[in-house]
Design a binder for this molecule. Sequence first.
Ligand code: IPE
Ligand code: IPE
Ligand code: MG
Length: 211
Amino acid sequence: MPAHVAIIMDGNGRWAQQRGLPRSEGHHVGNIAAHEMVYGALEIGLRHLTLYAFSTENWKRDTDEITTILEAMQCDLDQGPIRDLDVRQRWLGHPDKLPEELVQALRREERRTRNRTALTLTVCINYGGRDEITRTAAALAQAARAGDIDPHLISEDDFARHLPHPDMPDVDLLWRTGNEQRTSNFLPWHAAYAELHFTSGYWPDVDRRDL
Ligand code: IPE
Ligand code: IPE
Ligand code: MG
């Protein structure tokens, strides 16, 4: 039984295209699939589930599509079905460019659910692995300049301690749907030794049994 499963939820756009629907519809149904994963994780007793919801590269998409994706997140945080489950919700990513209201809601839900214990759900929004590593290196450089750490003695553990969520365990299983075999800047530090699992189906078609 893995302790930490991380998922690249890919294929929403192609799922919609295949049906002659707008991409927004793919994101809408994809959101329901994400809820399914949370129910499934609770059912099997998974401790950590991490979902890639919006990457630093996704800003290159049309404004309308970005708005659809971010609005669905806001709606989930304010009134979604996950809110009352025994789930500690966390956000991994950077506030830059995100709507202020969304950032507030992400921080609010982190505070509100911090003492829950069954599942830690980390949602990656405006997340990029290189961005994370760069910022962590910058934090270490600050610590070295302040004299808190000797730059000659920096270890992997020191690096891990300066990550945004130092207690996040390594990824055991990295699953990507949507028929692409790449990791798209997702969790390079935590997934360095993960099993990789690529499936061909599109994200809106998955349910908890797939997990
Ligand atoms: C994943 O589905 C959702 C996000 C990246 C936000 P896509 O929107 O990438 O769907 P495809 O890959 O275009 O089918
Ligand atoms: C990865 O999917 C990002 C998310 C699922 C949020 P993309 O569809 O954005 O990845 P690329 O661009 O095909 O690598
Ligand atoms: Mg995609």
